[in-house]
Design a protein around this ligand. Structure first.
Ligand code: ZN
Length: 469
């Protein structure tokens, strides 16, 4: 009772004028508090945006635009709270460059007003990656410049991959790769062989690459020119990679069945290798070593290697073999020579495309024995080793890539010629049963417009677009 009465009594004692004055004072205080709070909130939000800017790492001009807006509202919010001088912070600016025909790396950097010194710093960081050698027509490069200095360069070689070079103080650039796995979708293609296997397979929806791969996979089992008959059928199971609903071009053939007259010729992918129904390896396989015999490994595959002095991440994407100059270098699998080039740091190097998302690279060569576009076989002599480019001594740098990313050729599960062991036979048969179920699922061929899309990608890859500086 006493506590309830007290405020009432206090207010009752005040005169009418006092009451009005008191109410007005309360209203003013409340308004002032509200204003201050909203100002503080505005300032806080802005400083949050500013702090997160470097982490956001703008990759396109849209993001940069948003940042500029954020900075402006930050400045006006500060002006509200105090009237001190406000200097607008000069943030990093990202610009996009789209590669056009006839572009050279040096030319692009000149157009972007970036010094040759910076280009060489980038090439140095790119030494074991050679991402800058893979530029294609229509590909975008994102240059982030801060205070007239290139801070960051981003490449987007495919939907599945982003390559980033970032400046670390004055030590140079650090290389970073972001791979997006997306979704792998299994697709079934069936059809009849009409004139040629390749043509019919492509009509059924396979890409040129995939149909070539299948033909090559079965070439020791069936002669597609002489043995195939007009009514022979085929069923093929392929996994394809999609990102945001778009095909990236990466694919893996999982199972193939060709009904040739009264025979069934089959190939099934199991633990990285292809086998027939009985578990016998189909010889479409790789050999581990690009050499006739074993040599000492002078530097192993190491994606986390750091430079001993600068501490920058310098992935070693391959295996170095200490071989004397002039040693015979072999292609580790069947394929097509995609590239024979001279590079400032990698020296003379060869890249072979093996299909099914595999490729290999051979660096620091003294002589190339093959030409671009030439088909090569597993174990075929393709070059002589050397000491070209930037090396600390003669060696062969050998690299194996799957879906564009380097993998350890010495340990990776790659198709190696062999037969399934007895103890694994049960597991193998289970896998085949699964494939067969998937192959039997439908009756009609699935024709995908993908074939065109992927083939144009392949053609692009074969064009010599970027001339070296
Ligand atoms: Zn190396």
């Amino acid at each position: 009772m006493r506590y309830n009465n007290t405020p009432k009594g206090f207010l009752a004692k005040l005169s009418k004028t006092h009451k009005i004055l008191l109410s007005a004072a309360i209203v003013i205080i409340v308004i002032t508090l509200l204003f201050q709070q909203s100002d503080e909130q505005a300032t806080e939000t802005v400083s949050d945006t500013q702090q997160s800017e470097p982490a956001v790492n703008p990759a396109n001009s849209d993001v940069t635009d948003q940042q500029v807006e954020g900075t402006e509202s930050g400045a006006s919010a500060q002006q509200k709270t105090d009237n001190n001088e406000v200097t607008e912070p000069k943030g990093p600016v990202t610009s996009e460059y789209v590669v056009v025909e006839g572009d050279t790396l040096g030319g692009i950097f000149e157009k972007m007003a970036i010094s040759q010194k910076t280009l060489y710093e980038l090439l140095d960081a790119d030494l074991d990656v050679l991402a800058l050698d893979d530029l294609e027509l229509g590909e975008s490069l994102y240059f982030t410049v801060d205070n007239d200095e290139l801070e960051r360069l981003e490449l987007r070689p495919s939907l599945a991959k982003r390559v980033i070079f970032e400046r670390r103080d004055h030590a140079g650039f650090e290389y970073k790769e972001i791979a997006v796995d997306g979704k792998w979708q299994q697709q079934r293609f069936i059809g009849k062989v009409l004139y040629s296997f390749g043509g019919s397979a492509q009509q059924a929806g396979l890409t040129m690459n995939e149909s070539y791969f299948v033909a090559n996979l079965l070439k020791e089992k069936i002669d597609f020119v002489r043995q195939i008959r007009p009514n022979d059928r085929f069923e093929i199971l392929v996994d394809r990679q999609y990102i945001d609903g778009q095909a990236t071009g990466a694919s893996r053939v999982r199972a193939v069945r060709v009904y040739n007259h009264k025979h069934v010729i089959a190939a099934y992918l199991y633990k990285g290798s292809y086998y027939d129904e009985d578990g016998n390896s189909l010889k479409k396989a790789f050999q581990r070593l690009p050499l006739l015999k074993r040599y000492r490994i002078s530097s192993s595959f190491n994606p986390y290697r750091r430079h001993p002095i600068t501490g920058l991440r310098r992935p070693h994407n391959g295996t170095d073999f200490a071989v004397p100059p002039g040693t015979t270098v072999l292609s580790t699998g069947d394929g097509v020579v995609k590239r024979v080039v001279r590079h400032k740091y990698a020296g003379l190097y060869i890249e072979v495309d093996h299909g099914n998302s595999y490729s290999t690279r051979y660096l620091h060569l003294s002589k190339a024995l093959v030409k671009r576009g030439q088909r090569v076989k597993r174990g075929e002599k393709i070059a002589l080793s050397g000491n070209t480019g930037r090396t600390t001594g003669p060696h062969l740098h050998f690299e194996l890539r799957r879906n564009g990313a380097a993998i350890n050729a010495m340990t990776a599960h790659i198709p190696i010629a062999k037969t399934i062991e007895k103890k694994e036979l049960k597991q193998f048969k289970q896998q085949i049963a699964e494939y067969q179920k998937a192959l039997d699922k439908a009756e009609v061929a699935v024709v995908m417009p993908l074939a065109q899309l992927d083939d144009s990608l392949i053609e692009k890859q074969l064009l010599p677009i970027i001339r070296r500086i």
